[in-house]
Design a protein around this ligand. Structure first.
Ligand SMILES: Cc1cc2nc3c(=O)[nH]c(=O)nc-3n(C[C@H](O)[C@H](O)[C@H](O)COP(=O)(O)OP(=O)(O)OC[C@H]3O[C@@H](n4cnc5c(N)ncnc54)[C@H](O)[C@@H]3O)c2cc1C
Length: 433
């Protein structure tokens, strides 16, 4: 029997170090470097500020812990990664300083599995070292949640692929050394058998970034990091196809499952940060002769937030534990990943809103970080697929374990069940008569 909610003391020591390091050395970066691409852009001034911090993390052997030892990482399981990521989620810069930032972490896994030795030498090592950025480009302007609507194609011509079409919201494209692009290579079969992933190097003729969109209203138009890209007869070598032709979604699975769990783990960190602020404020502000914390409406906010965070955190860690147990993204694992993915925006919306509301005007001002957290919430409902799609996955998987009632009335129909129960235990009633 093992069903433990405890962290090994050795690892707890490491977590404590990560916590102090994040609060003291990383969180201040958020106050200085506010550009939309700062945590990921190797040309940003923030990259220089992160350099000595990355060095310390590497020395502590906490760099890129999701990567196996064969590639220089620590090969941590998802439970350990979960406990780490919930601390790193406190800062936009946390994942970059620890070498586990999206989309580079997932792209590195794809390259490690499917790249040629030349591609690995050119891109994988610098990516793992945190020296270059990369992009994963799947969404199109006319289609995101439904890949069957994708129209960006690649056609084989001799020893090259020729790409034509458009991509949308390709995060970090403008400062990435390479893009992994999902393209339709066979339009005559269902998309899950006809899409492939192709590596496109920065500056390849025929690839043009039309503009860069930003999330949120406070970024200068065009300064965002999400590229709207057009491919016009863009030619790449045949070996840039990663994995088998038509198996693009199988290749993509290498990154998406883990990526979604890590988003959720980092959300736990944000939730705890909002909760910390809410509790400190409740104990500090007096109104109508008593502290906010003494008012039952405030206590309800704190109790509800605590309970929601606790439930969410345990679900995230349970999912991580399940991945470690099965060592694959089987149906059971995918159900839980979809469930926590769908739960993420709601729990953040509830908790961050309560924290903001409790701070009154200060809560929505630019003088505390809650408004930044608030502005990030909607993206968690669409990035890596909209909430509805994940709920459909959960519901379908749950329903697989059930069958329709065999007769007119449900199997739990009380009169029928009571008749059976009376057959079993009814004689005790008669004995008492
Ligand atoms: C910050 C951010 C970063 C991103 N980075 C990347 C990236 O790096 N690479 C990349 O390829 N993409 C990226 N995306 C795009 C993201 O993957 C898409 O936004 C997502 O897949 C949804 O696609 P869409 O935006 O086209 O919305 P749509 O597909 O148009 O969906 C819009 C809405 O329609 C409804 N809907 C859709 N499908 C269903 C359904 N089956 N049932 C019921 N309702 C439905 C939902 O309400 C949904 O929110 C990013 C998005 C954001 C916000």
């Amino acid at each position: 029997m093992s069903w433990s909610f405890e962290t090994d003391p050795d690892f707890q020591e490491r977590l404590d170090w990560i916590d102090t390091f994040t609060r003291e050395e990383i969180e201040p970066l958020d106050l200085v470097f506010r550009g939309p691409g700062d945590p990921w852009d190797p040309e940003s001034p923030a990259a220089k500020a992160m350099e000595p911090l990355k060095k310390i993390v590497k020395e502590k052997r906490l760099w890129a812990c999701h990567i196996g030892p064969e590639l220089g990482g620590e090969g941590y399981g998802q439970v350990k990664l979960g406990l780490m990521n919930e601390i790193l989620g406190r800062s936009r810069f946390g994942p970059s300083v620890f070498g586990c930032q999206a989309p580079d972490s997932g792209n590195a896994e794809i390259l490690a599995h499917f790249g040629t030795p030349e591609q690995k030498a050119k891109y994988l090592q610098p990516l793992l070292d945190g020296k270059i950025a990369s992009c994963y480009s799947m969404t199109e302007p006319q289609a995101g949640a439904d890949p069957a609507e994708f129209t960006c194609t690649a056609v084989r011509d001799g020893d090259e692929w020729v790409i034509n079409g458009e991509k949308w919201f390709a995060s970090h494209a403008r400062f990435s050394e390479f893009l992994l692009v999902m393209v339709v290579t066979n339009p005559h079969v269902p998309i899950h058998e006809g899409a492939s992933i192709i590596l496109v190097e920065k500056g390849t003729p025929g690839m043009e970034i039309l503009r860069n969109s930003a999330v949120g209203p406070y970024v200068e138009q065009g300064d965002g990091v999400h590229g709207y890209i057009r491919f016009s007869d863009c030619r790449v070598p045949a070996e840039n196809l990663l994995g088998e032709e038509g198996k693009g979604f199988l290749v993509a699975q290498t990154r998406l499952g883990g990526g979604r769990v890590h988003h959720a783990m980092r959300s736990v960190g944000k939730l705890k940060k909002a909760m910390d602020m809410m509790c400190e404020r409740a104990l500090s502000r007096t109104t109508k002769g008593e502290l906010l914390s003494q008012k039952q409406f405030t206590q309800e906010k704190i109790a509800d937030s605590y309970t929601q965070i606790m439930q969410y955190r345990l679900h995230v860690l349970y999912t991580a534990w399940l991945i470690d147990k099965h060592k694959e993204y089987n149906r059971e694992v995918r159900k839980e990943i979809a469930a926590i993915k769908a739960a993420t925006p709601r729990v953040l919306q509830d908790v961050v809103y309560r924290a903001m509301h409790l701070h009154g005007s200060l809560g929505m001002s630019d003088e505390i970080p809650l408004m930044y957290m608030w502005a990030d919430i909607p993206e968690l409902g669409v990035v890596d697929g909209p909430t509805e799609v994940h709920k459909v996955t959960v519901a379908r998987t749950v329903l697989r374990d059930y069958e329709a009632a065999p007769g007119l009335f449900p199997t739990y129909h009380t009169p029928t069940q009571r008749a059976k129960a009376l057959e079993k235990y009814g004689h005790y009633l008669q004995e008492n008569d």
